[in-house]
Design a protein. Sequence first.
Length: 382
Amino acid sequence: MTGHRPTPTAQAVLQILEAVYRIEQTPEAWLTSLAETLLPSLGHGLGLHYYFIDVTPEQATPLGAPFAVGLRPEWQAQWRENWWDVFMAPVDAPTMRWLHRFTVCSYAREIWDAGAAAHASYAEYLAELAASGYGRTHHRYLRDGQAPGGQKMFYPDSFNMSVLDATGRGCVFIVNLPEPSTGPVPEAEAAFWGQIAGHISAAHRLLRGRARDVGTTPFETAEAILDPSGHFHHAGGAARGAAARASLREATRSLERARGQSRTEPLSPPETLSAWQAMTSGRWTLVDQFDSDGRRFILARPNAPDVRSDPVLTTREQQVASHAALGHSNKVIAYELGLTSSTVATHLSSAARKLGARNRIELIRAFLEHERQRGTPPSGEP
């Protein structure tokens, strides 16, 4: 299939995850460093575009400044005027929020079709682009009396990874493709990059939290401190319980197994991702920290997605429903939150029952309407 990317090696996965959690730098430096590490696996030889995004309704302009790495010389010279300024910047904020909430991994063609079906104004926008010569895949949106213009668009499609959490904040990575896609992103590929996105989302929350934690050290904000063997040096708050300690100990040892795999017994890329979880028990993200003597510790830092107290839904029901509203599958939600898929399904069923929804689509609509009514603006439209 056009645009198919081979699964990265286990070593490449480890390099990506190490880059994800290098959060002791500015947000822009973190995002660029991550894009450079993703490039060999995700860039597909055409380069990589990336930007921050905030799809909360109070943001009149959801898109952050765009950046690019590894582009072909001819594309480097014209990507702003040929793609960003024409396709991205002119789209109105509500539609842009909807498009970025479509799902985690997709081809642009999928998003265009869905957006045109949901928004008549977006269908008209695509038709105008086709008539002016931009977008080889947009001819089917031409209206009666419109003729396709000259061929101005350099690339006709893209592979997109939209990394958002329950707050509606995150980042996006885009690879332009030389030919239009002919179907959706393969399920296994979407699941793999969806798990990578779960790590990026967790790291981005930690990065944003640094402003809140100013004046404290990472050791002070951690609820548990372990050495790489899984031995506890500190446990406070929710980490004091026996079950929590057992979960954190196993997660630490699993992470270290992923890092220390030998050439004789290597893990597969999916096994490597499985061993290095994005979250533990729906509460903690594990990150490295060195002390003044150069000793490495594993810190369990509270990092659950923020939700506001709700008299109807539990915190966990809000979290899973928020991620479902972002187009995340149960498997991806489970990985993002450090839960089992069956636990995610149970919480979604419970939320649906409380909100009077009969299926997933109704649940998403009911959840977003519920958020509106309680004064919590949802980060997009259903």
